[in-house]
Every structure is written in structure tokens, then in C-alpha cells.
Write a protein that binds this ligand. Structure first.
Ligand SMILES: Nc1ncnc2c1ncn2[C@@H]1O[C@H](COP(=O)(O)OP(=O)(O)OP(=O)(O)O)[C@@H](O)[C@H]1O
Ligand SMILES: [Mg+2]
Length: 241
């Protein structure tokens, strides 16, 4: 009898140091297991931690949300550390649908990484398989940009399935997963399961009563805890507050 196919998870690269994110080369793509999972908050914390630059290439729902403005406020950074959206769409819908309503088609070939000197923190829209057009999804944009991925996940019930599926899809496309951020009430069991089954470093960001600039500074410390590049909020390479 033929032996069953080995699960893909066996091929995940193991993380060398549990709970410690590796250094980033020049940027990350922050995606999530879902919409509203905390991508913008985590992106703001990473920008703060690395003195980075933020880019939301596709923003839909501009009538209700503007992630670039939220990051500028939360990370307390000037406008020149925010790259303009390539597609800024009004409708609170999937990008492909929001674009269709404005008579626009999102074209994958138009995306390229902005040239910036500080680490670039790119935020996606929704999760991996949110459509950009009739052929391409958000994961195609991640593959095109080619930077390591930060996967933001909920911490509680249901996260194991969503997070392991997302990790499998990312690895299947050959994308490097830089780390998972569990956002919400601490859940050590889920964290351990994700580290072991997902073969990925995991950090936990607590639920707070008020997400403000002070909370982002605290989150930035958690995300860089144990890493060589510590957060001080200043642009990369410069010292000071
Ligand atoms: N750790 C936290 N503690 C308390 N509230 C949080 C936390 N993380 C996120 N939130 C809140 O949850 C909501 C959704 O977070 P956020 O906007 O970061 O999600 P998102 O994944 O970027 O959503 P979208 O898919 O719309 O871009 C926001 O109101 C945010 O302030
Ligand atoms: Mg967001």
C-alpha cells in the first residue's frame, strides 16, 4: 500500500529561536487571517519599532476607514513616512468590487515596492484570498512584492484553523513568513500549537482598553523583544527618541 502524502507542514522551515522574529531585510507585508483582525494596529507598531515607512497599496472603504491616517496618528509619524495608496477606493467592499463600482480595474503589474531608505511596512486588505480583480488575489500581490510576510491572527477559538491554512497557502506560494502576531487576550496553548504546527515564531499582543500612541509604543516593544533591532520610533539608522 502506498504511504500517504506527507503533510505540507513537515516542510515548513523551523524557527531557530522560539518567539523571536528574525531581522527583516528591507520590509514586510502585513496580512491577516481576516479583516478587522488588527493589521493596521500591528503595522503601526512595526513602523514605530523600526522607524519605518508605511504603505497601504490598496485601500477600500475610504468612506469609513483610512488606514494610512490611522497609522500616522498611532505611530506618531510625519506624512513623509506614509507612501500614498496606489488604489484608494470609496466603497466598503472587497477591492475588486470597490474598484468595479468606480469603473476601475486593479492591475497587478502596476504594483512595485516604493524606494525608501527605512524599513517598509506594507499593509494588505483583508486576508490572503481577497480578490483584487477577476484573476488576482491579495496573495498574488504579496508574491509580486516579495517581502517577508507578517500574519496577524486572532488569539482565541478558531484561530488555529485560520492561521494554519493561511500559513500553508503562503508557503505554497514560496513566500517567507517572518512571523505570526496573535492579537487579543493571551492564549498560551494556541501560541504553542501555532509555533509547533506552523513552525513559525509567534508574538502575542494583548487586548487593551484604548488603542492609542502609548499602546503602540508598548506593542512595538513586545514585537522587538529579544530582537537585535529595538524600537525607538526614530528612522532606521538614526539614534534618539
Ligand atoms: N490589541 C488590541 N486591543 C484593542 N483593540 C484592538 C487591538 N487590536 C486592534 N484593535 C481594534 O480592532 C479594530 C480593528 O483593528 P485594525 O483596524 O487594526 O484591523 P485591520 O485588520 O487592519 O482591519 P482592515 O481589514 O479593515 O484593514 C480597530 O478598532 C482597532 O483599534
Ligand atoms: Mg487595516
Amino acid at each position: 500500500m502506498a504511504s500517504p502524502a506527507r503533510p505540507r507542514f513537515l516542510f515548513f522551515p523551523s524557527c531557530r529561536s522560539r518567539g523571536v522574529f528574525p531581522m527583516i531585510p528591507h520590509g514586510v507585508f502585513v496580512t491577516g487571517t481576516d479583516t478587522g483582525v488588527g493589521k493596521t494596529v500591528i503595522a503601526a507598531a512595526l513602523v514605530r519599532a523600526w522607524g519605518g515607512v508605511y504603505w497601504k497599496p490598496v485601500q477600500s472603504g475610504l468612506t469609513e476607514d483610512d488606514d494610512s491616517a490611522t497609522v500616522a496618528r498611532l505611530a506618531n509619524i510625519p506624512a513623509d513616512r506614509i507612501c500614498p495608496c496606489l488604489y484608494a477606493l470609496r466603497a466598503p467592499a472587497s477591492p475588486h468590487e470597490a474598484a468595479r463600482r468606480e469603473g476601475i480595474r486593479i492591475v497587478l503589474d502596476r504594483f512595485s515596492l516604493p524606494r525608501v531608505r527605512s524599513p517598509l511596512v506594507v499593509e494588505g486588505a483583508g486576508g490572503l484570498f481577497v480578490p483584487l480583480n477577476e484573476h488576482h488575489d491579495m496573495i498574488d500581490l504579496m508574491a509580486r512584492l516579495g517581502v517577508p510576510v507578517v500574519l496577524v491572527a486572532r488569539s482565541g477559538l478558531g484561530t488555529l484553523n485560520h492561521t494554519l491554512l493561511s500559513l500553508m497557502a503562503l508557503r505554497d506560494r514560496g513566500l517567507t513568513v517572518w512571523g505570526v502576531v496573535m492579537n487579543g487576550p493571551s492564549n498560551p496553548d494556541n501560541r504553542t500549537t501555532l509555533e509547533n504546527r506552523g513552525r513559525v515564531p509567534v508574538k502575542e499582543i494583548p487586548r487593551v482598553a484604548c488603542v492609542d500612541a502609548a499602546a503602540i509604543v508598548a506593542f512595538a516593544r513586545v514585537l522587538t523583544d529579544g530582537d537585535e533591532r529595538k524600537g525607538d520610533g526614530s528612522p532606521s539608522g538614526s539614534a534618539g527618541p
